[in-house]
Design a protein around this ligand. Structure first.
Ligand code: GUN
Length: 292
C-alpha cells in the first residue's frame, strides 16, 4: 500500500508556481492577485481561507481578503462581486462557500465574471469543462487528477466509482475522469443517497473517490483488493485529545480500508493540500491570460 502524500506534492507544485511568478516579475509583469470573500466565522471556512492566503504568499502572489459578518445582505455581496469583476488589479477571486441561508449561493456564483472564476464554479466553466474545452477547472477535482498523474496511476479503461454528486466535487470529478484524456478515459459510476446496492458497486471500483461528507462511511467490505482510494471527506468532529478540540475525519475508515489498497490518500494531508494548489494554478493561468 502506498500512502499518497498530497502535502509534499503540493509543496513541490507551489515551488514551481513561485519560480514562474518570479520569472514573470523579472520580465516586468505584476504579481498574480487572488482575492477572497469570506462571510461569517465558520471554523472550516476560516481555516480554508487562512490556508489560501498563506499559499498565495508561498507562491509569490498578492492576496486580499474581504470579510463580512453573516448578516451581510445579498445585495451588498453582489455589489462586492461586481467590484471585484471590474477591478483590473484582481486576476481571480473566490467567494468561500457555504453562504448564510438568506443568500442565494447560485446567484452569487453566476454573478462572478467567468474569466475571474478561479474556483471553476460558474456554469460557463463547468459547461466548458464537460465538453473538454479550456476553462478554470474546479479545484478539488483538479487536485485529485494531479495526484493520480503524479503517482502515475493508470486511469485508462479503469472503473472509477464516485461517491457523492455535489457540484463542487462529485459531478465535476466524474466529468473529468470520463474525458478522453490522461488522466481520464475511465468508465465512471456515480453513487448517491438514492443508490441501491452501493457496496456491490463500490466493490467493482478500480478507483474509488469518496466525497459524501459522512465520516468513515467507506468500510473494508466496500473496497476491492488493490483499489486506489481517494478520500475527499473533511468532517470536523469533537476530540478531547487535540489542542483545537476537534479532529478532521475523512469519508473512509482508513484503518480498515488502507491494508486493502494499492494507493490511498490520508486525511488530512491527501486531497486537501492539492485543492489549494489547484486554486493557485488557476490564479496563475488567470494572470497569464492563458484561458480567456
Ligand atoms: N467550500 C468548500 N470548498 C470550497 C472551494 O473549493 N471553494 C469555495 N469557494 N468554497 C468552498
Amino acid at each position: 500500500m502506498t500512502l499518497i502524500d498530497g502535502k509534499s506534492v503540493a509543496k513541490a507544485v507551489k515551488q514551481e508556481i513561485a519560480a514562474q511568478v518570479e520569472a514573470m516579475v523579472a520580465a516586468g509583469k505584476r504579481r498574480p492577485h487572488l482575492a477572497g470573500v469570506l462571510v461569517g466565522h465558520d471554523g472550516g471556512s476560516e481555516s480554508y481561507m487562512a490556508n489560501k492566503v498563506k499559499s498565495c504568499a508561498e507562491c509569490g502572489f498578492k492576496s486580499s481578503l474581504l470579510r463580512f459578518e453573516d448578516t451581510v445582505s445579498e445585495e451588498e455581496l453582489l455589489a462586492t462581486v461586481n467590484k471585484l469583476n471590474n477591478d483590473p488589479d484582481v486576476d481571480g477571486f473566490i467567494v468561500q462557500l457555504p453562504l448564510p441561508k438568506h443568500i442565494d449561493e447560485q446567484k452569487v456564483i453566476e454573478a462572478i465574471d467567468y474569466r475571474k472564476d478561479v474556483d471553476g464554479f460558474h456554469p460557463i466553466n463547468v459547461g466548458r469543462m464537460m465538453i473538454g474545452l479550456p476553462c478554470f477547472r474546479s479545484a478539488t477535482p483538479q487536485g485529485i487528477l494531479m495526484l493520480l498523474e503524479h503517482y502515475q496511476i493508470e486511469t485508462r479503461g479503469k472503473h472509477c466509482v464516485v461517491l457523492g454528486r455535489s457540484n463542487i466535487v462529485g459531478k465535476p470529478v466524474a466529468s473529468m475522469l470520463v474525458q478522453k484524456a490522461n488522466p481520464g478515459n475511465c468508465t465512471v459510476t456515480i453513487c448517491h443517497s438514492a443508490t441501491k446496492n452501493m457496496a456491490e458497486i463500490t466493490r467493482q471500483a478500480d478507483i474509488l473517490i469518496a466525497a459524501i461528507g459522512s465520516p468513515e462511511f467507506v468500510k473494508a467490505d466496500m473496497v476491492k483488493d488493490g483499489a486506489v482510494v481517494i478520500d475527499v471527506g473533511t468532517t470536523r468532529l469533537p476530540a478531547s485529545d487535540t489542542k483545537s478540540g476537534w479532529r478532521l475525519h475523512g469519508d473512509v475508515d482508513f484503518e480498515q480500508v488502507a491494508p486493502k489498497c494499492s494507493y490511498i490518500t490520508p486525511v488530512p494531508g491527501g486531497v486537501g493540500p492539492m485543492t489549494i494548489v489547484s486554486l493557485m494554478q488557476n490564479t496563475l493561468l488567470a494572470a497569464q491570460g492563458k484561458i480567456y
